[in-house]
Write a protein that binds this ligand. Structure first.
Ligand code: SAM
Length: 205
């Protein structure tokens, strides 16, 4: 009863940003993006960009392309920096790729999106990304995960997330094998103020 209400409240972009800040997720994501932004690449593709909470960490000369299915989130993202290429669309469909012409190696950031996609949608999304990312690009993702050593609290938070597809390591590995990708996979815990285990995946193309 309370969980569906909380999920509905999180659809509001202000509530979403406030919640992410409170649970320490913004700080965690910022640390991840800060590391990615230290590299030489200045072209970024943000899959499921939400309100573009990480934009401030990217170099001022960065070219930024963000795709999200929520117009409300994109509206909030729009005011954050001029010149952002924000695309309203479903990442598992091909339509969004026509708004991109990436020529330089690009860092594809996918924070908290994989667990919103079914296996088929995730595979299709990866295929769309592979179709637009030039050689030398990379894909970096972070999502909640449930492992054998996840605490009861961590399992509760993962199971009650708005994303319906929180996966195990084996399930994730299967998806990447099908797509012939060779990811580096790292499980993290205690990165936030809530007990949630996460999985970080890096694919270099
Ligand atoms: C947990 S939020 C993460 C937002 C952002 N990446 C961040 O780190 O703040 C997940 C985002 O994925 C978006 N999303 C979910 N399903 C999607 C889909 N099929 N296509 C595009 N965006 C989607 C949601 O609207 C939401 O903004």
């Amino acid at each position: 009863m309370l969980i569906p209400i909380a999920h509905r409240m999180l659809e509001n972009q202000l509530v979403y940003d406030a919640y992410q800040t409170c649970v320490g997720s913004v700080k965690y994501r910022k640390n991840l993006v800060r590391k990615l932004a230290e590299e030489e690449i200045t072209s970024f593709l943000d899959i499921g960009c939400g309100t573009a909470s990480t934009i401030d960490l990217l170099p001022i000369n960065a070219s930024y392309h963000g795709i999200d299915i929520s117009e409300k989130y994109l509206e909030r993202a729009r005011g954050k920096r001029p010149g952002l290429n924000l695309i309203l669309g479903d990442v598992s469909k091909s339509a969004w790729t026509q708004f991109l012409n990436l020529e330089a190696p690009t860092t594809c950031i996918a924070l908290g999106i994989f667990h919103h996609l079914s296996d088929l949608e995730l595979k299709l999304m990866l295929q769309q990304c592979l179709s637009v990312l030039p050689k030398g690009s990379k894909i970096f993702s972070m999502d909640p995960i449930i492992t054998e050593s996840s605490s009861r609290g961590a399992k509760w938070f993962a199971e009650n997330d708005r994303g319906k597809y929180v996966r195990t390591l084996t399930q994730l590995e299967e998806i990447f094998t099908v797509n012939n990708l060779n990811p580096t996979i790292k499980v993290e815990s205690r990165q936030m103020r809530i007990p949630l285990d996460t999985v970080e995946i890096l694919i270099t193309l």
